[in-house]
Write a new protein. Sequence first.
Lengths: 332, 332, 332, 332
Amino acid sequence: MYKRLTFIMFSIFFVLFTSVSFVMAGHGKGKADKEKVAIVLASFGTTVPSAVKSIINIQDEIKRAFPGVPVKITFTSNIIRSIWKKRRADAKKWLNKGIPNEVLYVKNIIATIGDLVENGYKNIVVQPTHIFFMEQAQDLKSYIDALNSIKTTKEKWMPFNKLVMGRPALGMPGDKYNYHEDMEKALKTVSDDVNLAKNKDAMLVYMGHGNEHWSTGIYLEAQKMMRKLYPDVVTFIGSVEGFPGIDDLTGHMGYSKSKNIVLKPFMIVAGDHATNDMAGDEKDSWKSILSKEGFKVFPVLKGLGSNDKFADIFVKHIKDAARDGGIELINH
Amino acid sequence: MYKRLTFIMFSIFFVLFTSVSFVMAGHGKGKADKEKVAIVLASFGTTVPSAVKSIINIQDEIKRAFPGVPVKITFTSNIIRSIWKKRRADAKKWLNKGIPNEVLYVKNIIATIGDLVENGYKNIVVQPTHIFFMEQAQDLKSYIDALNSIKTTKEKWMPFNKLVMGRPALGMPGDKYNYHEDMEKALKTVSDDVNLAKNKDAMLVYMGHGNEHWSTGIYLEAQKMMRKLYPDVVTFIGSVEGFPGIDDLTGHMGYSKSKNIVLKPFMIVAGDHATNDMAGDEKDSWKSILSKEGFKVFPVLKGLGSNDKFADIFVKHIKDAARDGGIELINH
Amino acid sequence: MYKRLTFIMFSIFFVLFTSVSFVMAGHGKGKADKEKVAIVLASFGTTVPSAVKSIINIQDEIKRAFPGVPVKITFTSNIIRSIWKKRRADAKKWLNKGIPNEVLYVKNIIATIGDLVENGYKNIVVQPTHIFFMEQAQDLKSYIDALNSIKTTKEKWMPFNKLVMGRPALGMPGDKYNYHEDMEKALKTVSDDVNLAKNKDAMLVYMGHGNEHWSTGIYLEAQKMMRKLYPDVVTFIGSVEGFPGIDDLTGHMGYSKSKNIVLKPFMIVAGDHATNDMAGDEKDSWKSILSKEGFKVFPVLKGLGSNDKFADIFVKHIKDAARDGGIELINH
Amino acid sequence: MYKRLTFIMFSIFFVLFTSVSFVMAGHGKGKADKEKVAIVLASFGTTVPSAVKSIINIQDEIKRAFPGVPVKITFTSNIIRSIWKKRRADAKKWLNKGIPNEVLYVKNIIATIGDLVENGYKNIVVQPTHIFFMEQAQDLKSYIDALNSIKTTKEKWMPFNKLVMGRPALGMPGDKYNYHEDMEKALKTVSDDVNLAKNKDAMLVYMGHGNEHWSTGIYLEAQKMMRKLYPDVVTFIGSVEGFPGIDDLTGHMGYSKSKNIVLKPFMIVAGDHATNDMAGDEKDSWKSILSKEGFKVFPVLKGLGSNDKFADIFVKHIKDAARDGGIELINH
């Protein structure tokens, strides 16, 4: 009982500390406020504690790049947020596992932005950590567009001075940024994965997330780019949900002379999908399927977010979005 | 020091309690969630502790009318919220004065709605306590319209099932609800004020808030309605800011044979304006000006929100907005 | 029959000519197009041929001010447009009365803007001729805001470079332009009306349009401003629909020693309302009512749009809107 | 000269006839109007006269399905519309080639919808003829969403009762309609193409339009579906612009034992791309490239729009959109 109370107090101080530091950061008046800038890092999210680290790693990279600019985390997946909400009933357990307070108490994008506005941040860059521009990024964009359509009678009461959104890791539709180039830049950051495969005389097989409701054909474009960038290693990119599934890939794998496979998630985090669907012992995991096909499989449980060079893509995309929106990423 | 710690713990438990009860209320799953409903009471706000009571009175009326439906408070005035934010540094003092936690920690409309969404409320009725549809209500409407324009790829992830806004006390432009009738219904609730004036053989002078940036000519329409509804008492309605100011009214007051004046705020709360601009001792207060003109002035420091019959208008407008939006105001 | 054919051909050439000249004006390519600017003059409209002249007069003033910039006319009243649509069956009759082709074939704001876009105009200033910012201007603003929310994937295909709206004659809510000052500037242009009243030793009574669905109290603010600007003449401003009606005014007129009244529409055109409700012989016309009250009434059937100085207000408001929106009002 | 005049008169009557019939159809009043429905067929467009037929064929199918409902044509490509605009200077030539008046005078989507509103159509279904949901459909959706955000003060003056958009031939993102199923249904309509290839002992190679600014990986999903539906014939689907290009395909073609290729556009029309990029004699046309690779190529210059079964997909999608939007596709 006593311990529990201690813990509650501990976690309360934690909350307070966060709030207070927020209020502190929130000082500054009038005209200055118009210039205060914050970043929101919008992840799909994960429920796996070890996977949270990949997100925090990206957050750290961004904080290092823009010292003094708060970087708030939101999860765009409603299901994942609802799991964390339930976990709050046993908060101590999760905080003890090293889960940051802001993850345990993670909020949706509306509330996250509302809280920033309340604390005087009128310039906000929302940066998704999504790989491609699909459902999650599209929905996020709809939130940002909607919030941007608020028009107060007097300009001085506008909730935002500038509210902008960066593009996903491998780009987005449109001609502002060529997605082929974005894809190339992003895939150049995974040379370590390729080298690992090379050293093991292996093919590199990436497992993307995918989905059944938005064409995932872009995975094949990424696969083509991988092979162009790294001709020494045969790379395959499939997805858990949607096309191309593992069955679409295995037929082609036979053509390779290599019998080894380095298997890695093509996702920001090595979460549920990586642990179970990719590297699990169930017979329908990719590891099991590929093993059964006669390959020696080396699963790597590490999300792309843990790759600093990959994480830096988001720093770059934040810079682009800020520059395009006329936001200076400094708080005086 | 010890006392301070006790207090901090107390206020922390307060916060936790609020959060926890929120989480509790947040239970229920899937389809049920789609039906969960909450109300947001959007006041201009006040910094005067005694005036807060008028807002709480309206909140209580609404809670009584819709048991089981959470009624969250937001203040639409950025300046007033920023004052409460500073006061949080001395939270104990304000909570001890009876300021509810949700007022001390009041948030803007975006964050308030974001928090409700986070807690599973997908049906939300936002009810302004504004008197007329002017800048504050127009801006609030812009927020609601903007949030309503969010469109997720899949319908099931839409943040709102129904998000609607009720009309101010004395109506709004358009033909959905005739503002003349709204005005009449609202003014019928102030018969006690008229009777007070009658008993004192006095004119009734209301001080509205007004502003310089949106025509306030509607005060004169309200004045005309008052005289029609209560022919026995001469009523004047002026405004602190904008037209008609006290100078526009005094010229006409001479025509009345009464030399007494009951002076009351035509605002939800008897806050700063009522205390100082209306009933203060400074020579430019309405009390001083009217006294100098030779009238005996009886100021009444009570907001319209403290009048239960007036408060019930908001209950009615919530019912109308919910019905029009297809929202059932019950949580099962 | 022959004459009818001749006429049809005539009117057809008329249409063609308009179209062709449009196409001509539409020349210019690529980058140049981005700079092409047009003005839309958005009137409530009128069905009275002689009243059309007031609108054309405003159009002429604007054309003179911005040579080379097309000034298209639209009517915001759906009812009035539908009457002109019926009249097209008897086009000759109306064209013979001097009705311009663009009035007989007037279109709604969506089609008018769509046609301009089709002809390469990507910079558009929409200028209402409405007196106050009420239902008509609010609705127009909603159209403009909506069209402005179109976002194409590539910026080069955006339908508009800049699409902006000027404010009504007597201003609009907000702090961008002080409506008191707008009102003052506008009312300074009606000195001829005041002088006419003065010469006739008369009061000046204006009939505004008004409505029952949006507070019209601003008429009283305008009346107050008139009396401040022109203390020598007693001015009343009432409205056909809504407050203050003629009944609200007559009570006060008795206090004036003048027994003469100059009666004029406080509208852009002297149309149906002016001819019938104001100056008609029916016993409920203002002329009849005021005559019955013992006044000698001098009706003036001239809209404010025929007053060049008043028309110039719209030129000024177009300039303001263009400057605020970064539009240069020149076509090279 | 005389002939030219005759022609002008002819074309004028044509215009008049269209307008008049429009006005006729526009009759009916008040409440009835609320129910009047029209369809807009939004094609990318084409500048090749023979290709126009494929669009007209779709229009005819739709007209047959919904007798009494006007089906207006718009082209979403600004470049293609601008070419038709120039051709109007030589209108006779194009009309003589059988180009329908509504194609020669084709307007953008804003003007097209504005004209329908002007003629009393308050229920509008916009049906793209685009193959996939990419840039063109996304932009069209933005126009529709924007127009839908217009809110007039009074509901009766809303420009639209219902304005909805159908999905492209092979579906769109989201869970309302499963795009895999849409794809399957659409590809089941091309069995004639497969049979032609079979009879010629050929592979079937489709040329899609594609683009460089929006992932076109969905072509590979369609290719996979083709092979699943028609296992007897090897189908390839590539695109003029973007991935997979002809170079991405040729490498795989060698694995097929067939040395014949039926080459067909995977586009609504057999326009410029089909004539030149696909079947032209230039050495970089697909025909030339594939011939050089040793294949015997049979080009088929027929758009998918000329395939009645394919055209019927749009009828189906119009029905779905109307039903979802609560529109009855009948004019009484």
